[in-house]
Unconditional design. Structure first.
Length: 336
């Protein structure tokens, strides 16, 4: 069984003085554990389970005393991850809100929809509508596990169809009740041991298959992929300084390095780094003709190690040194 997280740290906001709940990567199951609440507010519990194929599920239940109302903070969750995580939350009952501090969005949870996230680190605060009981089920899968389970391209299409292609990203999407039902039924209280885990795994697999069939079947993978490549090019045009590595860019857009590189070259006729070099050198040429920015400053802004590396790249592309534009000679050859 593969661990995706190094550790989980959950602080209960219902009882700030209580000890945080800490779960390590080697803890395969958290049995039903009470949620600390002040007397007269209500009661609840949390339970977690690791499943084969790199899947992790969690159930949180809160019951509140009659007459309470409004949104109240319940928990603060921070998890360090070893790879990007595909995360889903569904409600069997009640309503709430999830504040994802990674992208600084507040997502309203409601029974007819699911919260979807693609994260490199979990940094959440959970709120509950205390006018009614709430039961939430969550599913987490590492990106590599999702790729192996349904195939890399199908996984990419699913994340794109859900609107969470980039890392980090988060959204609430309406999901048919027939699809939500599988994930909501993954915790079987009448079963124990391996049978309980087997039941949970089967329900999660049903959910993922139905989810992919719904969101991938209604989309156009090629056009979505092309849109991502266009978004990547727009980001590259705005970058200053050192260019991120291919692995970082691929993680950010949820593509493999191979697919990202091949699709970019097919669309723009150049490798990613060749495109960046050309774009930046053309921008530098225009800047030198219009201003007096020092070469070492310009080189640093463009991500070159020093002015010498910048001058050599400039000379290779245009056939003359960048300093020649400073002498009012326009494009002067080197031998003049």
């Amino acid at each position: 069984m593969e661990a995706v997280a190094t550790h989980l740290n959950l602080r209960w906001l219902t009882e700030p003085e209580s000890e945080p709940l800490r779960v390590g990567a080697n803890q395969e199951e958290l049995t039903r554990t009470p949620v600390p609440m002040p007397e007269g507010i209500g009661y609840g519990w949390i339970e977690m389970m690791d499943l084969p194929l790199g899947m992790h599920i969690c159930r949180v239940v809160h019951h509140f005393e009659p007459g309470m109302e409004g949104l109240q903070p319940m928990s603060d969750v921070k998890v360090e991850l070893l790879e990007p995580l595909f995360f889903v939350q569904t409600l069997r009952s009640g309503q709430g809100m999830l504040h994802d501090r990674r992208v600084d969005v507040r997502l309203e949870n409601y029974p007819e929809g699911c919260t979807f996230q693609h994260m490199d680190r979990i940094d959440h605060q959970h709120w509950a509508d205390v006018s009614t009981s709430i039961e939430a089920i969550t599913l987490g899968m590492g990106q590599s596990s999702l790729h192996r389970l349904i195939g890399e391209q199908t996984a990419i299409d699913l994340l794109t169809g859900l609107g969470i292609r980039k890392v980090p990203s988060a959204i609430v999407q309406p999901v048919p009740a027939s699809i939500r039902a599988s994930l909501q039924a993954c915790f079987a209280d009448h079963l124990t041991g391996n049978l309980r885990k087997l039941h949970a795994q089967a329900k999660v697999l049903d959910f993922i298959i139905a989810l992919a069939g719904h969101f991938v079947g209604e989309s156009k993978p090629e056009s979505r992929k092309l849109k991502l490549i266009h978004e990547l090019r727009e980001e590259l045009d705005q970058l200053h300084g050192t260019v991120p590595g291919l692995d970082e860019l691929a993680k950010r857009y949820g593509l493999s390095e191979r697919v990202m590189s091949e699709e970019f070259k097919r669309e723009y006729g150049q490798s990613i780094f060749a495109y960046i070099s050309d774009y930046r050198l053309n921008a530098a040429h225009a800047a030198l003709q219009c201003g007096n920015l020092a070469l070492k400053v310009l080189a640093a802004q463009l991500g070159y190690a020093d002015a010498s590396h910048f001058s050599n790249a400039f000379d290779k592309k245009f056939g003359y040194r960048p300093g020649s534009l400073r002498r009012g000679a326009g494009a002067m050859p080197l031998n003049e």
